[in-house]
Every structure is written in C-alpha cells, then in structure tokens.
Design a protein around this ligand. Sequence first.
Ligand code: NAD
Length: 496
Amino acid sequence: MKQVPLLINGEFSASQTNEYIEVTNPASNDVIAKAPCATATEVDMAVASAKAAFQTWKEVPVPERARLMMRYQALLKEHHDEIAEILSEETGKTFADAKGDVWRGIEVVEQAANVCSMMMGETAENVARGIDTYSYIQPLGVCLGITPFNFPAMIPLWMFPMAIACGNTFVLKPSEQDPLTPTRLAELFMQAGAPKGVLNVVHGGKDQVNQLLTHEDTRAVSFVGSVPVGQHIYKTATDHMKRAQCFAGAKNHSVIMPDANKAQVLNNLVGASVGAAGQRCMAISVAVFVGDTKDWVEELASMIKEVKPGLWNDEKAGYGPLISPQAKAKVLSLIQQGKDQGATCLVDGSDFTLEGYENGNWVGPTVFSDVTEEMTIYQQEIFGPVLCCMCVDTLEEAIALVNRNPFGNGTSIFTASGAAARKYQHEIEVGQVGINVPIPVPLPFFSFTGWKNSFYGDLHAYGKQAVRFYTETKTVTARWFEDDIPSGPNMTINLR
Ligand code: NAD
C-alpha cells in the first residue's frame, strides 16, 4: 500500500505515526493509498524547519524568488497531464476538468512569478522640510495553508506560491481525502529548486490543523473548506493573534432575465450546475427564472437529464462520482428532504449507479422546481449535482432573494440589457458577479473575493490582496541633516 510521505526540511519521508486515513478512488472506493496523521513531533518539526528557512529565504532577492516560480510554472506545464491523471484518480474528476483544476493553479504560479512589481512600496518626498517618507513590504514568517478536497491542485496553488514569492515559508496541510495531487505539486516545487524548509507538507485532520493554528511560530493561515470548519479556523487563529483568510461554503444563484439568449442560458447552466458533480464552491446551485423564463425550466431539466456521470477517462462522461460515501449519503438525504418538503423533483439522480462500479459514490443529475426559501435544499449547501429552480416576477425580487441568502461567494445574471446588468452588479451583495458568464472565478491578477458567510477575513486569495495578506508594511520617515542641525529639542509631535 502506497503511503503518502510528509515533506519536512526538504526531505520526503514516511511518518512515524500509526494512525492513517485511507485515500480511495471514489469511482469504486478501492483504497489507493494511505495518508498519515502526522505526529505532534512531526508537525513541530515542519514548523521549525519553516521557521529556520525563513531566516535565509527572506533575504533572497525578490527577482530570484520570482525565478523559482518561473521554473515551477514551466515544470507544472510539462507535467500537466500527469498531475491531472493523479488528480482524476483520487477525486473522480473527468480528465478535462482535472486539467482545468491544474491550469487554474498554474495561472496563480504565473502571477507569483510576477511578484517583483507587487513588492514595491510607496514614497513621498518632502513630507516635512527635508524629510522623506517611504514604505517597504516585508514577509511575515511561517504561513499555513489548510485546503479542501474539491480542488487539490488549484487551491494549494492559490496559497503557497504567492506566500513564498513574498518571502515567507510555508506549511501545507492538504485535504486528507486527496493528498496525492498536492504531494506531486510539492515534489515538482522541490525539483524547481525550492530551498529546503521553504515548503513543508504535513498530513492529517483536525488535530494537525489545531496544532498548527495554535503554534507560537506560525503567523498566518489561509483556509478553504466548509462553513463550520472555516468559522472554527478563523476564531482559533485570531484568538491566537494570527492573520486569517478563510474561504467557506456557498449557495450561488444565477438570475435569468426574459431578454437573455435562451440557448446561451441553458447551455451554460447545465455545466455550471452539475459539472464536477456540483462539487465546486462556485457551482450554480440555484437558478432564478424571472417572468416568462419560468417556461424554460422543463427544457433545462431535460438537458441536465442527458448528462451522464462516468469514469474520469471516459470522454463522454459529464462528471464523475462524489468524493466519499459520506458525501453521497448527505446529498441523497438532502434530495429526499427536497421531495418530502414539497419541491417538484423533475430529474431524480438518487438511484444512479455506474455499471461495473456499483460501489462508487455516484449520484445522477438532479433538478428541483418549485423550491422555496424555507426548504432545506435551498438553505443548505448541497455540494452535489443538484440544481434548485425558483421563479420570481421581477429583477427586484430576484435581487432581494439573492441578498437575503447568507452566502455571498458568486452569482450571475443572464440578460441582454446593460441597465439590468448594471443594476444587478451594483445592488447584489455577493463578491463575484458574472454577466452572461455563469461561474465568474476571477483570474489571478484580480483576487477571489467571496463575501458574507462564504469568507471570513478581509484580504482575499491571490492578486494584490494576497500580497498584502502575506506581508507587513514598514514605513520609514527619514531626514539627513546637512547644515540645518536643530538648535534645541522639539517638544511637539510635529515634524519640522
Ligand atoms: P472541510 O471543511 O471538511 O475540510 C477542509 C480542510 O479542513 C481539510 O484540510 C480538513 O482536514 C480540515 N478540517 C476538517 N475538519 C476540521 C476541524 N474540525 N478542525 C480543523 N480542521 C479541519 O471541507 P471539504 O469538504 O474538504 O471541502 C468542501 C467545502 O469547501 C465546501 O463547503 C465548499 O463550498 C468549500 N470550498 C469553498 C471555496 C471558496 O473559495 N469559498 C473553494 C473550495 C471549496
């Protein structure tokens, strides 16, 4: 049985633990590896290694740090298919979608390779007579990354390349459900020439995370995952005086206006709702049909019904299995609650299984109409291939509905009207808005800006906000005397 190694101080090695978590192929639930729950000593060693490496890494010139990222992105591109294959096997994602997962991470590494100009401070001459003020930004120290199962390439790559390019060192604790992809990312990072200790990887679950969060030598944590864990991480990290950015769950609405292009809407909503088995934090899980577009629901449902789940290497498969039997059980229970609470189940994927893979975590595409705000399927994040359809009469009602929802990760509007789109983008209380774009994930020169219960913190992932998150600002006020030596003490706070 393959054992997932730890990466501590530049060495990949087996953990000394006797506690393991099985890594499975979700299509069959066959065990493909075992991930160690790192011992407390190993977690300490990872932090100590990152702490020691910080003393030298922070002195490495910024362009040299950027060049490491250039070499890394070249290696990731060279190994793109190989990483995607590992990712497909442990998540069940289709190969094309797995390649997308890796690609969206490579784009962040490209941004990290552009870090030099983002490390520039500000200057002002003559802020007082003969006095100049300028600022530098400097790295924090040891930063942490706690990542979820659903993007095992992209999300670790949201974090450690930007943090390390800024001069920090890093300890990554990837999801225990799919640790093989992040391990391969770490191997390639070392191959790109990362000095030992700059990136460390430990495995495990809540005990390892809590040890890292409360460790006196860690300075900041980036987390992506579910709402309860995100809240716990934010509270624990800030209680221990650390910076935290915690990206959490979502319920993303797409609003369909009567003047929208019907074919464009329907085609977009199929992939945005059940693609990746709905296991995307930016998946569209609620479609809000405005006015006469309520007549489009049946056609959308019949298109979604045609999507076939399948194996990662089946080019005709629309999506793969859910990550675990527990995830499947949760989704099936929510589908049942939707039926019990009176929603109309237009397409029911509860009984779907893939022939020859009956033990896998399969759920077929599912569509509900007549969904109301009181129903559990509306209130909870389902994280499965399930679309809830709702109908309202006006754009104003649609905006009010979306704004009442406690989540604020992403949303989209389909319309031909600039005025409707402008009103929506201005009034909607959601951090990422698509206009005729169903899943508006910003590219890495912007930042990933979820709001409300989808994000706890203030500075978001990647882009300029990540540079601010991973650095401190130092402001210098300087005077060089020539022959203007003051004649006596200045007893006021004023500069002169
Ligand atoms: P999760 O919260 O179960 O796990 C995330 C990480 O936290 C894992 O590394 C896990 O080991 C760790 N963890 C779990 N329980 C813990 C505890 N009690 N204490 C400390 N650490 C703990 O999330 P998941 O199921 O892996 O991922 C799916 C969730 O992630 C969904 O809710 C999805 O919306 C969310 N997500 C959000 C975004 C975003 O950008 N907002 C992106 C991707 C995924």
